[in-house]
Design a protein around this ligand. Sequence first.
Ligand SMILES: C[S@@+](CC[C@H](N)C(=O)[O-])C[C@H]1O[C@@H](n2cnc3c(N)ncnc32)[C@H](O)[C@@H]1O
Length: 283
Amino acid sequence: MAGIMTAKIDSREVGLVVGLKLLHFFLDTRDLHYGLWQNDLDVCVRNLPEAQRRYSDFLLSHIPDDVNRILDVGCGAGGIARELLERGYDVEGVSPSPLLTEEARQLAGDAFKIHQGCFEDVCFGVDEKFDLVMFSESFQYINLYKGLEYAQRLLNPGGFILISDFFKRNAAGRSAIGGGHEDEKFMALLQQSSLEVLKNKDITRETAPNFDLADQLDRELIFPTLRLAGYAFVQNHPWLAKVLRWKYRKKISKISKKYSGGERNAENFARFKVYRLLLLRSP
Ligand SMILES: C[S@@+](CC[C@H](N)C(=O)[O-])C[C@H]1O[C@@H](n2cnc3c(N)ncnc32)[C@H](O)[C@@H]1O
């Protein structure tokens, strides 16, 4: 806890933890990853925990039989690590976020060893080798030119890399949905590497509906709440509101566009992103 008090905290990290607390309170889930929306599942917020469980099952079903030691890079709140430990794997995690590390420790327990820091840094301090290095929706945060190489260094001969994440398509126009490495660049790097591609599954269709839920949340909850708070502030502090509105006009316009623009939806996700599950084998 002392570390938390002195370390500088990223606002995105606080956002992730707040999101996690809300999801836990309202939906009893501690997962920070998308849901996998298969055909039989209605896209509604009540079904999110089930869709997230299906994602975890789908991901873990791609772990090859002879794997025992796994490094879970960007282990979030520890939900997948806990599942892996329950299934008998020997698991260690990497987490750059002190707040999420705290959550993961509570959820996965003392058997879960977490290397604190960014993967690009901590991988040099990890002496052990693993049978599989996993990036579940964390690959997009890792330096594109270092991720695969650094993961390979930590693998036993013949070890695996499992990536589940989305990438940016080379599509015309500007996406309102951020994130993801450029798909073309990534696939070119993969081809140049010594890694063998065992599986490359496109699950864009099953993951895109998460953005219809995000769109609904933006329009029905986040935007009206921000607008109400803004209205109350303008009524109570008109002069200060005028100054702040002028000073932060660009930021305000960006936030308002983001949450009321209606562009963060499944259709645009599928247009601008491709979500891949990749199983790679090192020589
Ligand atoms: C969307 S969450 C996914 C969490 C978890 N893997 C899951 O599937 O539920 C992204 C995770 O990547 C982590 N992350 C961000 N940058 C990272 C980096 N440079 N090295 C390692 N992990 C990173 C975040 O702290 C967070 O735990």
